[in-house]
Design a protein around this ligand. Structure first.
Ligand code: ADP
Ligand code: MG
Length: 264
């Protein structure tokens, strides 16, 4: 899949969990995403690679609706939203409840973990399921215990984040994301803030989740890992999808060489 036009670059999938069509996002006069179209198959892993400032985080934040796209269609697990503006530049046609439904299908893991420092590990993982989904405390604790076990952090349930290593905090953040039972899991450079010796424990957890068939979109600079776990790799270049396809296609594409070679 290599074409100079960025529309419909990612191959059409039979059962897309995510469908992005002609997404446009500006910050003021700066056009950060320019006509991005992308499909993510149910149960697949997509890695987004590209230079700093190319719009990777913005794209993830649009998928999570932390940022509101200016234009385009976004469909996640059967919920479709069209973003548009009238000639005055106001966003039109947005249904607040639909936004909430779409948001509830997506969880995100951030580079800086973003755990709540004044909550214990267990508190961090139970908070949103109780507040947002209305789970009882008892049920939220059951769910949290399950996912903390899953990421190997069950024994730290009563610890405060400040007493944990970066790798441990990130594993708690992953458990917190999983506890919302999302249909789509987003990772924004989940190992970039970690000491080198802590990177692998987080990659192992992500690798396991990929093996379970979770639908994930991952922004990463870990090229070997992206090649290994991804079904699809998307190279974002100044707000446009430069190349998208199977890992071998993208990593061997001459247009990506300067970026994916070890010297980059
Ligand atoms: P990446 O994650 O690929 O490094 P980003 O999506 O963070 O790129 O940023 C893309 C561009 O958008 C950059 O030029 C960045 O400075 C700009 N940008 C990101 N967030 C904002 C914001 N909230 N306000 C203004 N400009 C922003
Ligand atoms: Mg970023």
């Amino acid at each position: 899949m290599t074409s100079s036009s960025n529309a419909h670059l990612s191959p059409p999938t039979a059962n897309p969990a995510v469908q992005v069509r002609h997404l446009v996002k500006h910050y003021g006069d700066l056009e950060v995403l320019r006509d991005v179209s992308l499909e993510v198959a149910e149960g697949s892993v997509t890695s987004i690679i590209g230079s700093s400032g190319s719009g990777k985080s913005t794209l993830l934040r649009c998928l999570n609706l932390l940022e509101r796209p200016d234009q385009g269609d976004l469909a996640i697990a059967g919920e479709t939203i069209r973003f548009d503006r009238n000639p005055q530049g106001d966003v039109v046609g947005l249904d607040r409840r639909q936004l909430q439904r779409l948001r509830a299908k997506v969880s995100m893991v951030f580079q800086q973990f973003n755990l709540w420092p004044h909550f214990t590990v267990l508190g961090n993982v139970t908070e949103a399921p109780m507040r947002v989904q209305g789970l009882s405390r008892r049920r939220a604790i059951e769910v949290a215990e399950h996912y903390l076990e899953r990421v190997g952090m069950a024994d730290k349930r009563n610890a405060y984040p400040g007493y944990l290593s970066g790798g441990q905090q990130q594993r708690v953040a992953i458990a917190r994301a999983l506890a919302m039972e999302p249909r789509l899991l987003l990772f924004d450079e989940p190992t970039s803030a970690l000491d080198p010796e802590r990177v692998n424990e987080v990659l192992c957890v992500i690798r396991d989740l990929a093996g379970e068939g979770r639908t994930m979109v991952l922004v990463t600079h870990e090229m070997a890992f992206a090649r290994e776990v991804s079904d699809q790799v998307v190279y974002l270049d100044r707000g446009v999808i430069g190349v998208a396809g199977a890992p071998s296609e993208v990593f061997d594409d001459p247009r990506c060489q300067h970026f994916v070679s070890p010297a980059a």
